[in-house]
Design a protein around this ligand. Structure first.
Ligand SMILES: C[S@@+](CC[C@H](N)C(=O)[O-])C[C@H]1O[C@@H](n2cnc3c(N)ncnc32)[C@H](O)[C@@H]1O
Length: 233
């Protein structure tokens, strides 16, 4: 890489990003100030979680977790719309974590929301247990290299998540992931989910092969051998 290109990537672009004013969105009455570079689509297609979970008749959850939260558009929207009572958030990116903490402070949610900086679930306290886990995680194995919002090298972020979630998931807990059919199908994940002692209980909106354009689907996952709650069956 030439010195000019390197300067642009490592100095000019970060300074411009820092200088750009934050945007504001209000979701379920919760105001979120965020930088555009942290938005991974949660503000747009991620909001489909709300009507989707309502349409399945999901009861109010005591505690929900947003994995790979970014600024937590999905998690704060669940909380603001009354789909959960308390919320746990985690992301690897310190800027995303700072954004979540700012939203908590501005909306006086300190008693209802915990925020962690964590590579996957590694820095989450053992005592954190959730009845619902939602996420719009990185969607591509072979594109967007270097972009932590989009790239999951070797599907290792997904694989590690599935293999470490067991102790944090209530026995009747449900994981609902939103994936992109342009980067994966349900079959991409089935074996790693099975290997982790979990099983897929529902899918919604998925196509059997990769699509040319971004199309999003939901996948519901529970612990193997448990009776999934009625809303997830
Ligand atoms: C598609 S973006 C979703 C962001 C936000 N939830 C949204 O819907 O707009 C994926 C997020 O995963 C986070 N991420 C990537 N690798 C991670 C890891 N190993 N552990 C935790 N978070 C990670 C990124 O920082 C980014 O915020």
């Amino acid at each position: 890489m030439s010195i000019v290109k390197r300067l642009e990537k490592e100095v000019v672009r970060p300074v411009l990003r820092w200088a750009r004013p934050a945007k504001r969105v209000v979701l379920g009455g919760i105001a979120i100030d965020y930088k555009a570079e942290l938005d991974g689509g949660g503000i747009e297609f991620g909001q489909e979680f709300i009507p989707f979970l309502r349409s399945r008749g999901m009861p109010v959850q005591r505690r929900a977790f947003e994995w790979c939260s970014g600024p937590a558009f999905i998690g704060f929207s669940l909380l603001g719309n009354g789909l959960c009572e308390t919320l746990c958030l985690a992301d690897i990116n310190p800027a995303a974590v700072a954004s979540c903490r700012n939203t908590v402070r501005q909306n006086h949610l300190e008693n209802r929301v915990s925020v962690y900086q964590s590579n996957n679930l590694r820095s989450l306290p053992e005592g954190e247990k959730w009845g619902l886990v939602v996420s719009n995680p990185p969607h591509f194995i072979d594109q967007y290299e270097g972009d932590i919002r989009a790239h999951d090298p070797g599907w290792n972020i997904h694989r590690e998540f599935f293999s470490t979630i067991h102790g944090h998931l209530e026995d009747d807990g449900v994981i609902v992931l939103q994936e992109n059919n342009r980067g994966s199908t349900v079959e991409t994940f089935r074996e790693m989910i099975d290997f982790a002692g979990l099983e897929i209980v529902f899918t919604y909106g998925d196509k059997p092969t990769l699509t040319a354009k971004s199309e999003f689907f939901f996948m519901g996952i529970v612990k193997k051998g448990v009776t999934a709650p009625a809303w997830a069956r």
